[in-house]
Design a protein around this ligand. Structure first.
Ligand SMILES: [Zn+2]
Ligand SMILES: [Zn+2]
Length: 196
């Protein structure tokens, strides 16, 4: 899949944002302005002015809208959600080489509020994924007790679990135990397994 480094970065920010949501994390991962500031610093989000509680509310609203893109049943539905997100935020595509980075595109309007900034940059990254015919890579973790989302960038689109570390391992252990149980119930299978 051909996605640029910038798109990849924007998707990383988005996935991290989505997984702060109570429905994904079990609790609010952005409980206050300090948490929102941490998020901005952690992801080196540029051109962010002073943040207020309005920003916190707006970012949470955008987060809810983006989660719907990952859970969308069809590309049509995902495309409409992305269009709405980008349109409501307003976009000003421009070239920049800020902070010593190579020339790259910023899509958010100069001095945009943080929520609009995130909506446009993540919205454009998702737009590129849709255009590339890769919308199905936007996934929800398949572990039954996990609601985190991720972007499956594996070559054969085979990833099933989020990268919270525990999910993949936990599910592999569960599958291993299930195989052992089956083997114990069926001595033939056990002998076959031992013979391998
Ligand atoms: Zn930049
Ligand atoms: Zn998970």
């Amino acid at each position: 899949m051909l996605i640029t480094h910038d798109t990849q970065c924007a998707l990383d920010v988005l996935v991290d944002l989505l997984n702060t949501a109570p429905e994904a994390a079990g609790q609010e991962g952005l409980p206050d302005l300090a948490a929102l500031r941490d998020f901005v610093v952690r992801h080196e989000i540029s051109e962010v002015g002073t943040l207020g509680t309005d920003d916190l509310d707006a970012v949470r609203r955008v987060r809810t809208q983006f989660r719907a893109v990952f859970l969308a049943r069809s590309t049509q539905a995902a495309a409409e959600l992305v269009n709405t997100l980008v349109a409501q935020a307003g976009s000003t595509p421009r070239l920049t080489d800020h902070d010593g980075h190579d020339w790259h595109m910023h899509f958010f309007a100069p001095c945009a509020a943080l929520a609009d900034h995130l909506a446009v940059e993540a919205g454009m990254a998702l737009a590129f994924i849709v255009v590339a015919g890769e919308r199905e890579r936007l996934r929800r973790c398949e572990a039954p007790d996990c609601a985190r989302v991720f972007v499956d960038l594996s070559r054969n689109r085979s990833r099933r679990y989020c990268d919270s570390r525990t999910c993949g391992n936990r599910m592999h252990v569960a599958a291993y135990r299930a195989r052992q149980r089956t083997a114990a119930e069926s001595p033939d299978a056990l002998t076959e397994a031992a013979a391998r």
